[in-house]
Design a protein around this ligand. Structure first.
Ligand code: 5GP
Ligand code: ZN
Length: 136
């Protein structure tokens, strides 16, 4: 059972209105209420899952197809110069609403924003050679 107070579950259920960008049986994409850029869109799986690690392969595939479809809708409506697509996962990653979701942020030349590399310049990024040993 999803938590009764989940904001995105309420949007999916139609209890809170939204401006829909794309919808199918598995996902809902809607305009962010507090956009970082014109056309900022949030894509959510309709089944409540709090974080990425909980998602099955099937849910990943369905949600990413929803992201792809939403991207096409935003492209058609706004013709931005580029996009950032990202996920804030868990509080350490900046997640505020605990129902997993993707952000599509349209970008324009000279809009003053940065790249995904501007999220963090970690002082604890470590030595790549040492990190690679963890993947052996
Ligand atoms: P997070 O910070 O969890 O990755 O992103 C949550 C996003 O949901 C934020 O960008 C926020 O502006 C958006 N948001 C929060 N409440 C609402 C709402 O009631 N309606 C819509 N459309 N977006 C919301
Ligand atoms: Zn939810």
């Amino acid at each position: 059972m999803p938590p009764a107070d989940c904001l995105f579950c309420k949007i999916i259920a139609g209890e809170i209105p939204n401006y829909t960008v794309y919808e199918d049986t598995q996902v809902l994409a809607f305009l962010d209420i507090n956009p970082c850029a014109k056309g900022h869109t949030v894509i959510v799986p309709k089944k409540h899952l709090a974080t990425l690690i909980e998602m099955t392969e099937t849910q990943w595939r369905a949600t990413l197809e929803g992201v792809r479809q939403a991207l096409r809708r935003v492209e058609a409506a706004l013709q931005p110069d580029g996009f950032n697509i990202g996920i804030n996962d868990r509080p350490a990653g900046g997640q505020v609403v605990p129902h997993v979701h993707w952000h599509i942020i349209p970008r324009w030349q000279g809009d003053g924003g940065g790249s995904i590399h501007s999220i963090i310049k970690g002082k604890d990024a470590g030595d790549v050679k040492e990190t690679a040993k963890l993947f052996k």
